[in-house]
Design a binder for this molecule. Structure first.
Ligand code: ADP
Ligand code: MG
Length: 460
């Protein structure tokens, strides 16, 4: 009975339908990266969908395409069975960063959407006041954004989106810039407005990187992969409202989603790495292989995580670990992926198991830890490339920019920077090379030039 509280409109027609939506972005070297690949998705009236995926996977891009702010490179977006040609006036967006105009009052910010719609001034004023009241900001009509707390600003963001009576409400990580309690209040207030039909919105699509948030609010969960984004899971969340985060059913659902989110990349096709490049050259020029990205797991986080798991007897649930370390899955996964890459731990069905090498790592002092990581870095193409370049240069030094340029051949500008900074973090820890943050130089000192990674030099 309680499950029927989930809103479903009688009519089963799609509000939004994505057919084979693919999005490519051009990189500075003119090489196209495929961000979204063949996304098919139906959004039906009555649905509250949470869209989960790693950061940088293309969630915001997908929202912009759905609301008509951006066009797909291939594929079709239908709104009520008609192709959309531009910004969709029946959709509204709430952003993470509030996106308010600082020189306008609360009231004026909320009225903005109605100005665009051509609503007459008096009606506009009336509607804005109603909404400001609805979202709990009555009395603040004439305040400016800078006079408000983050939570109040996001309330204005909601009011502005709701002012246009959107049929489709899109939200891009709307709670993630707020402190815990404020976020929690806003979540349950929005949920009440929605479940009690106090807003005319017919469907909600919320991008989030919080699995708990998704399970708490949404009645359908869609999970995207990365590089490129594809829909890797799409399933209903039928837990009855009001949802209790402590109930066994809730915890089980969160755990299940965690397993899917942490498991999808096992099926990812292997990208060729430059590690396999040198042997098979055989006289002719091989096609330039693409560099395999490394996960952004910093060594301090990695050590912290392994120590915690070791304390727990060698394995623990990823979801518990994330909660304990105050990490969202987006921040936790790069660390667990790094642990796996270095053979220090393994992820199986949502649990992290420490390996023998991982246990040894935890028990050792810092010098021995460095030695373990150094050994593992021999197999990491980006780190090998850096040590190879530094050891073959006469002065054993090179600007960071040189490496960024190389990486930009393989990754987007932001990704290249992130890849390099991660590789530097690893290499410095393992004493493979030094990095001077003031001069932005990577260099080897005397004991490092005496061939720290023998086979990486022979490769060149
Ligand atoms: P998410 O919201 O999941 O974090 P985004 O949709 O913001 O991801 O970005 C997905 C990928 O597309 C990222 O690699 C990002 O760098 C790239 N990207 C986003 N917008 C553009 C753009 N306008 N031009 C080039 N690349 C872009
Ligand atoms: Mg985003």
């Amino acid at each position: 009975m309680a499950a029927t509280l989930i809103k479903k409109d009688a009519k089963n027609d799609s509000l939004v339908r994505l057919l084979g939506v693919t999005k490519m972005y051009k990189q500075p070297d003119n090489y196209d990266i495929r961000v979204l690949d063949d996304i098919n998705l139906d959004i039906k009236p009555g649905e509250f969908i949470a869209l989960l995926g790693p950061s940088g996977s293309g969630k915001s891009t997908l929202l912009r395409i759905i609301t008509g702010l951006s066009r797909p490179s291939y594929g079709t977006v239908l709104y009520k069975n008609r192709p959309i040609e531009g910004p969709n006036p029946r959709a509204a967006m709430v952003f993470q960063s509030f996106a308010l105009y600082p020189w306008l009052t609360v009231q004026q910010n909320v009225e903005l959407g109605l100005v665009a719609k051509g609503t007459p001034p008096e009606k506009r004023r009336q509607r804005a006041i109603e909404l400001i009241d609805l979202i709990g900001l009555g009395g603040y009509e004439d305040a400016f954004p800078k006079e408000l707390s983050g939570g109040m600003r996001q309330r204005v963001g909601f009011a502005r989106a709701l002012a246009v009576d959107p049929e489709l409400l899109c939200m891009d990580e709307p709670f993630s810039a707020l402190d815990f309690l404020t976020a929690e209040n806003l979540r349950s207030e929005l949920l009440d407005l929605w479940l009690e039909s106090r807003i005319p919105t017919r469907a909600i699509l919320m991008v989030t990187h919080g699995i708990e948030e998704a399970v708490y609010m949404a009645d359908r969960i869609v999970i995207l992969s990365k590089n490129p984004a594809r829909v890797v899971a799409d399933f209903p969340n039928l837990l009855p409202f009001p949802r209790n985060r402590k109930s066994p059913e809730f915890v089980q659902m969160v755990d299940q989603v965690y397993k899917i989110v942490t498991g999808w990349d096992e099926h990812e096709p292997e990208i060729e790495t430059i590690a396999s490049e040198p042997q098979e050259v055989d006289g002719q020029e091989p096609a330039r292989p693409r560099l395999k990205p490394i996960p952004y797991g910093h060594i301090s986080m990695l050590s912290g995580l392994l120590e915690l798991v070791a304390d727990r007897g060698g394995h623990d649930d990823l979801y518990h670990l994330g909660a304990e370390l105050f990490l969202e899955v987006d921040d936790l996964l790069p660390v667990t992926e790094t642990a796996e890459l270095f053979h220090l731990a393994e992820v199986r069905e949502g649990d992290l198991f420490i390996t023998e090498l991982g246990s040894a790592f935890v028990e050792k002092d810092v010098n021995e830890r460095k030695a373990i990581i150094r050994e593992q870095l021999k197999d990491i193409p980006i780190v090998r490339m850096i040590t190879r370049v530094l050891s073959t240069k006469a002065n054993h030094a090179m600007n960071k920019e040189f490496f960024t340029d190389i990486l930009e051949e393989h990754f987007s500008v932001n990704e290249a920077e992130r890849q390099l900074m991660t590789a530097i973090n690893w290499g410095r820890f393992a004493d493979l090379f030094h990095y001077d943050t003031d001069t932005e130089q990577l260099y080897l000192d005397e004991d490092q030039t005496s061939d720290p990674v023998p086979h990486s030099i022979q490769d060149s």
